[in-house]
Ligand binder design. Structure first.
Ligand code: ADP
Ligand code: ZN
Length: 618
């Protein structure tokens, strides 16, 4: 029967171009390689080193999993993330591949069994934590394993410029000496030029091919808004996403707890996640997020590394991340399945002051601080851009976008720009006249002529600028402050608790020697988002109303099988695969095999059950 299916498959899937391609189709059920996957595989098969740069969700694992299945011997995968190892190994088992992982979560006996299998060459893939690999005892028995490739996942962990430096990675520069002749493939989603060079040097890769692809995530819609009232802005953003899974990022632990609690009162299922929670709670919350449908995790940045959940529909930032790169990483956890997803962020002046303060107070070297400060500036500049957001985002990673994306707030709803020189002059002189000692709130009070204890006590009501901007709403003034900060006319000085200070650039404006361009529409929070992508039950809007029953039935079938096999639902089939089933309504195994995500092993294992559901409901 297997042979028959294989024949059918060859018939309906013509154009298999290489043995690697055949593995991709037969084992993984994917029709085409993505980006530089094929190049990376060829490189490994030729016994040469490479550095593979692909964003989160780009498909890095295929780059070493296909060579692992193509060749003789065992592929060693170095991975720092225990949760990810487990998920990857269960996913491989689902595909019928011999794979195992070794880390501290296993009992001694279990570890011995796996070491035995490895020594006999019975594993196609062996995942190992770096701290284990660097132990001399491990290397001793690993020398007996017929290694064909060493994949170093999350390779940016070796770089101090990265956000996740790990000491144990430094020792990996000795892999070439430990296992001579075994090609190495370093993989990461972190691709700035600096990190890239650092990885190659510190891992001592030999003449590596640098393969960059797929940083664009066209299905993610980027939206950035000034922070006015975080909770109601969040509520408005979330409303169309009821029933969908998502992550809300905050800067502080306390805030994650209070936002999660509040979301629960608003009828959402939300859980907090931060480094201060007990380890058991963290693990439980993470597990629930991965296995349940439609849960919201409210997290500090401690959450996310190692989360391989494809159907995260949104990532919301209530506070600014540390850098554009961190932002890209964090938002990259949305929409890994390629379905529409949203990256939504609100930010305000307080974030900027706080992040600058954190950087200034850290004990790091001046060079490091300057580096951090430049990264923050790049992020702020990006927040206030008036053109397509995706272009500058990709440019940061060295990838070019041919045209505007059409899927970011600025593309969909171009912010008007206008000559803001006169307002800038008013504001800058208000800052100057009040002695460059006060924060945005007070300066705006002075401009709008609002009488407060502070304006009275400081004698600011007799200043010429007092009330000079009364015709413009205070919220607009706050936005102008923000834009002038971002454009470098003003600095919020942490040493003065965020007091605004003029820069040299500002003096030219005050002297009428330079003009200032401002967004005309920046601050008033938008009433409604653009198109809604998912309805209350999390049904993708491309699914016709008549098919919703089938969609639900397929998901129910998937959930039942997931429970039986003790794996997350997406390990069975991704949403995209189910969606195509709804669309194509395959009637037999041949038709089912033609669907992306259905390979031979999954067909054998689950095909009959899904076909039955389609027959009954379709
Ligand atoms: P990364 O490690 O780069 O974050 P993964 O290797 O986990 O990404 O892959 C992300 C998703 O894309 C997975 O669900 C994977 O099965 C899928 N995928 C990878 N390569 C392909 C391909 N060529 N065609 C279709 N889907 C793919
Ligand atoms: Zn755009």
């Amino acid at each position: 029967m297997k042979a028959a299916v294989a024949r059918c498959q060859a018939a309906i899937l013509p154009g298999v171009t290489s043995p690697a391609h055949a593995i991709l189709r037969d084992v993984f059920g994917y029709h085409e390689f993505r980006g530089q996957q094929h190049a990376a595989i060829e490189r490994a098969m030729a016994g040469q080193d490479s550095l593979v740069l692909m964003p989160t969700g780009g498909g890095k694992s295929v780059c070493y999993q296909v060579p692992a299945l193509l060749g003789e011997g065992t592929t060693l995968v170095v991975s720092p993330l225990i949760a990810l190892m487990q998920d990857q190994v269960s996913a491989l088992h689902e595909l019928g591949v011999e794979a195992a992982f070794l880390n501290s979560s296993l009992t001694w006996e279990a570890q011995q069994t796996i070491i035995g299998l490895a020594r006999h060459g019975d594993l196609k893939l062996l995942y190992i934590a770096p701290e284990r690999l660097v132990q001399p005892a491990t290397r001793d028995w690993l020398r007996e394993v017929p290694l064909s490739l060493i994949a170093i996942d999350e390779a940016h962990c070796v770089s101090q410029w990265g956000h996740d430096f790990r000491q144990d990675y430094l020792a990996l520069n000795q892999l070439r000496d430990w296992f001579p002749g075994v090609p190495r493939m370093a993989l990461t989603a972190t691709a700035t030029a600096l990190t890239r060079a650092d990885i190659i040097e510190r891992l001592a890769l030999t003449d590596p091919a640098v393969l960059v692809s797929g940083f664009d995530r066209p299905n993610i819609r980027y939206q950035v808004q000034p922070k006015t009232d975080a909770r109601s802005q969040l509520a408005r953003f979330l409303e169309p996403h009821r029933g969908a899974a998502g992550i809300v990022y905050c800067l502080s632990r306390k805030k994650t707890a209070s936002i999660a609690e509040w979301l629960n009162t608003q009828g959402y299922a939300a859980l907090p996640y931060h480094a201060g929670l007990a380890a058991a709670d963290r693990a439980a919350h993470q597990r629930r997020f991965v296995t349940e449908d439609g849960l919201i995790i409210v997290a500090t940045i401690a959450f996310g590394m190692g989360i391989d959940k494809p159907d995260v529909r949104f990532v919301a930032h209530l506070d600014l991340p540390k850098s554009l790169e961190a932002y890209y990483q964090e938002t990259g956890r949305a929409g890994r399945d390629g379905e529409p997803a949203e990256a939504w962020m609100i930010y305000g002046l307080q974030d900027v002051v706080r992040l600058r303060q954190m950087a200034d107070e850290s004990v790091a070297s001046e060079e490091y601080k300057r580096h951090e400060s430049q990264k923050l500036d790049a992020l702020l500049g990006w927040c206030e851009v008036t053109g397509c957001r995706r272009r500058p985002l990709l440019a940061y990673f060295g990838e070019k976008l041919a045209e505007d994306c059409g899927n970011c707030d600025n593309c969909l709803n171009p912010p008007a720009v206008r000559d803001g020189t006169v307002e800038a002059q008013m504001l800058l002189s208000a800052v100057y006249r009040t002695g460059q000692l006060f924060g945005a709130a007070h300066v705006v009070d002075v401009l709008t002529g609002k009488s407060t204890a502070k304006t009275r006590d400081n004698g600011h009501e007799s200043l010429r600028v007092f009330g000079v901007g009364a015709d413009t709403p205070a919220a607009m003034w706050r936005s102008i402050v923000r834009q002038l900060v971002v454009q470098g006319y003003l600095r919020a000085d942490p040493a003065r608790y965020g007091g605004l200070v003029l820069t040299d650039k500002a003096r030219a404006v005050l002297k009428d020697a330079a003009t200032v361009e401002l967004r005309s529409d920046p601050l008033v929070p938008k009433k409604a988002r653009g198109k809604t992508k998912a309805d209350a039950a999390g049904v993708p809007d491309e699914i016709a109303i008549t098919d919703i029953q089938l969609w639900d039935a397929l998901r129910e079938c998937r959930l039942r099988l997931a429970k039986e096999h003790d794996v997350p639902p997406y390990v069975i089939f991704h949403d995209a695969t189910l969606r195509q089933m709804v669309h194509d309504k395959p009637a037999d195994e041949t038709a089912l095999l033609a669907i992306s995500g259905v390979g031979q092993a999954k067909l054998d294992r689950y095909g009959a059950e899904f076909l039955e559901v389609i027959r009954a409901e379709g």
